[in-house]
Design a protein around this ligand. Structure first.
Ligand SMILES: Cc1cc2nc3c(=O)[nH]c(=O)nc-3n(C[C@H](O)[C@H](O)[C@H](O)COP(=O)(O)OP(=O)(O)OC[C@H]3O[C@@H](n4cnc5c(N)ncnc54)[C@H](O)[C@@H]3O)c2cc1C
Length: 388
């Protein structure tokens, strides 16, 4: 190995890539982090707010990430109300009834990213900044990499944390199924005349799904996943008319509302990888899975990939000398697949079910929501799954 080489290369310095770096450093594993040089300048604010599950929050606290996040920028959710397209049908999840402190907490993307940048600022790793890798070659006991400047590197393991269009995944020839939802998420913030009191809302409608995450006392981050066939009806509207349409879609319960930000657009699709591993390669975060944001679980799933990796490093110290060994990678693949597949298919089915314009399906869904709402045991089981 030359001096530029490390045991592990993480490709992608997003939130999940930085989380993996933090873990590898904790286990004293020599790591390099590869990021694109062109993205670091002129970055516009990311409007997304994430619902972070209590299990993931606890892990972030234990690993010192929350030390870099101010209390004011974290909003706990203590209640979630889900509506169907019939106003009188709803399902309520309550943290108090479930005997827990909160169902999730809301954090803005940029606040979380900044916390990770601070958290990793003190740790030692080798930074590679390049927009072009000339060659990626898997050998028997390492991977050879050559960048655009001709610099050569060797790694025992390459971790792909480079997002949903992962370059690492294509180099490792891992097959991926891509399903377009024919929906686009509109993301923006609103102010309501009524205080939210820590309640999040989700409304399933024929033309899309409205999710409202509580942020400041009267403000919500809205994710409106709209079917593409009606997207243009919304996109072309100026703010005033858009607000009138939104008020109609939301109904009366939010009182008077105002738009606080411009609308950002995210086309939605689901990606399922045939495998999470290949020779001396593993995938984590959106590189390993991409799903519908309706359950607010994409980033949580990515954190759980890193948590699993952390646990494997604790319980399998014998592999620390060579983390690219197949036996080790296979454990990661086997442990992570059930969580990833079940959530991907669940969110896919839910998005399809609620957008079905059939009287029969509609009737069953509304009936089902009311029945679940009356059944405390089912609600408790659903909450237990969501708070991991
Ligand atoms: C509208 C919307 C709402 C959402 N809400 C939630 C929510 O409430 N809760 C939740 O858990 N999740 C949510 N998600 C999902 C969440 O945003 C993603 O799962 C998460 O951002 C993925 O993080 P990541 O670090 O894996 O990938 P990314 O954020 O995509 O980061 C990938 C990184 O890799 C870099 N990169 C790309 N290509 C290369 C390359 N060739 N070489 C080097 N680097 C490269 C990129 O520049 C980037 O820095 C939402 C998603 C959307 C669209």
């Amino acid at each position: 190995m030359n001096e530029k080489s490390s045991d592990v290369l993480i490709t992608g310095s997003g939130i999940i890539g930085m989380a993996a770096l933090m873990i590898l450093e904790k286990h004293a594993i020599k790591t390099s982090l590869l990021s694109l040089s062109k993205i670091s300048k002129n970055k516009t604010p990311d409007p997304r707010f994430y619902a972070i599950s209590p299990g993931v929050k606890k892990w972030l606290e234990e690993n010192g990430v929350f030390n870099f996040i101010s209390q004011e920028s974290v909003t706990p959710i203590n209640k979630i109300v889900v509506y169907s397209n019939q106003e009188n049908t709803s399902l309520t999840f309550d943290a108090y009834d479930a005997g827990i402190n909160e169902l999730a907490c809301i954090i803005n993307h940029d606040d979380l990213e900044k916390a990770f940048i601070n958290r990793i600022s003190k740790i030692t790793y080798h930074e590679i900044k390049t927009d072009n890798i000339e060659s990626f070659k898997v050998e028997m006991d390492h991977i050879n990499l050559v960048d655009a400047k001709g610099n050569k590197y060797q790694f025992k393991l390459v971790i792909g944390a480079d997002g949903s269009n992962s370059w690492v995944r294509s180099q490792a020839t891992i097959e991926v199924k891509n399903k377009k939802f024919n929906q686009t998420a509109l993301v923006f913030n609103i102010k309501s005349s009524k205080a939210h009191q820590g309640c999040a809302y989700q409304k399933f409608m024929c033309d899309g799904i409205l999710a409202l995450l509580p942020i400041h006392t009267h403000d919500f981050s809205v994710v409106y996943s709209l079917n593409d066939n009606i997207l243009d009806n919304y996109r072309s509207l100026d703010d005033e008319i858009f607000l009138l349409k939104l008020k109609k879609d939301l109904g009366e319960m939010f009182g008077d509302i105002n738009l606080l930000t411009k609308r950002e657009y995210y086309p939605l699709s689901m990606k399922i990888n045939e495998s999470l591993i290949s020779d001396r390669v593993i995938l984590i975060g959106d590189a390993a899975h991409q799903l519908h944001p309706l359950a607010g679980q994409g980033l949580n799933l990515g954190f759980r990939d890193v948590i699993e990796f952390d646990e494997l490093l604790v319980s399998h110290k014998k592999y620390h000398h060579d983390l690219g060994l197949k036996q080790f990678l296979k454990k990661y693949n086997r442990h992570r697949k059930p969580d990833i597949l079940s959530l991907s298919y669940l969110t896919d089915h839910l998005s399809r079910l609620f957008s079905t314009q059939s009287y029969f399906v509609d009737f069953l869904m509304n009936f089902g929501l009311n029945k679940i709402n009356q059944n405390h045991l089912i609600k408790k089981i659903l909450i237990e799954k969501a708070v991991r």
